[in-house]
Design a protein around this ligand. Sequence first.
Ligand code: HEC
Ligand code: CU
Length: 414
Amino acid sequence: MSARKVLALLSGSGLGAWAVPQAAYARYPWEFPTPVTPIAKETLWVHNIFLGFISIVFVVVLSVMLYSLFFHRKSRGVKPANFTAPRTKLQFALSIIPFLILAFVDYVVMGIPAYHAVLASANTRSGAKMVVKVTGMQWKWQYQYPGLHIKYYSTISTPQAQIHDLARKNPHFLRQVNHPLVLPVNEKIRVILMSKDVIHSWWVPAFGVKEDSIPGFLRETWLKIDKPGVYRGQCAELCGVGHAFMPVVVDAVSDDQFKQWVGQEQARERAQKAEEAAATSVTYTEAQLVARGQKVFTGNCAACHQPSGMGIPGTFPPISAGHPFSAAPAMIAKLRSRGFITPAGRIVEGPVANHIGIVLDGIAGTPMPAFGSSLSNLDIASVITFERNSFGNHTGDVIQPAQVQAARAAAQKP
Ligand code: HEC
Ligand SMILES: [Cu+2]
């Protein structure tokens, strides 16, 4: 091949690299997950041309090196050359040409597609009709559809027995949730990311999207999924002990299915609101509250206080009364001020009013979150009743939603 042909080929591939036929992606089943968004396709394509070129460079350089090591070795009587800098025209050419080829490959063949991919992924707004808000928090995701008045939490649903190696792991181990993010296919969706506490990262490999959610900042990305299906990912920024337990699951559906789902969700939220509103005038039995509280605990508290209620020494106190808990003096002081630990360092159930207060408002300055805005009166009454009558606790206290409502109202008075 003549030098001119090689050059034409290189520049052709550089300029044409971002205009690649769809069929080319089907050939890579064993590396990246099959890309289903424009960004994922470009990312894969950029990866492939980079890998192609560096493989060629690698083979050429290694071959020349091995060749010289073998054929120019001392035992064959070869003498080392003794020039320190190029002198003849040929020597100059041999030094400069590889440099020019590399610069060309870097800035044109790889540079154009890479630049194009970066610009494309930053273009979150044009043509995006739908917006989804994603909020990361220790250790779950909240999804919000601002235009549609839908808002819910998505928490891991892998059974605890599998996590603790007591049962066979299912194929979606650690990558399944109670409530996936449902999105329509073939529509550009602008995704806005936020965080309530520390930095998380919303990552779905098949979408080519891994965007940090950072407290105090709005970050954004976009999706246009071209194939219906269930796509799985996870938090990709180490965010604390529950980091491995905040998976991302996206259910991409047809437009009709999406409309149907929106209807269902809106009805569900209405029913939930109605139930919450009615709950304060209902008196529940201990059994009802404990059964509901168990679910609330698993979904909201177990990540820290552990499914066994035994907490983690030094970090998350046990719920189970009578257990020793040692931690930094500031933490012990806080627990003591609320009556949740004895002077001997053992956890106790503490007064009911303080228990309600802790769950409603959290404990400021510690990882214990406030659940007042995310859990209903019924959920809070249930989880507290559950905690006070499980894990070996037998207070017999039954907390009704009306009590939680009263605590909320009292907190609002100046
Ligand atoms: C993100 C981690 C985290 C989550 C989730 C969490 N807690 Fe806590 N919780 C803590 C920490 C940390 C403390 C101790 C705070 C301090 O005083 O330093 C605590 C303390 C408590 C206490 C007082 C001490 C004790 O062990 O009895 C109660 C009660 C409590 N949490 C209940 C709950 C309930 C109910 C939920 C779920 C609705 C929950 N927590 C979810 C971290 C968490
Ligand atoms: Cu995270």
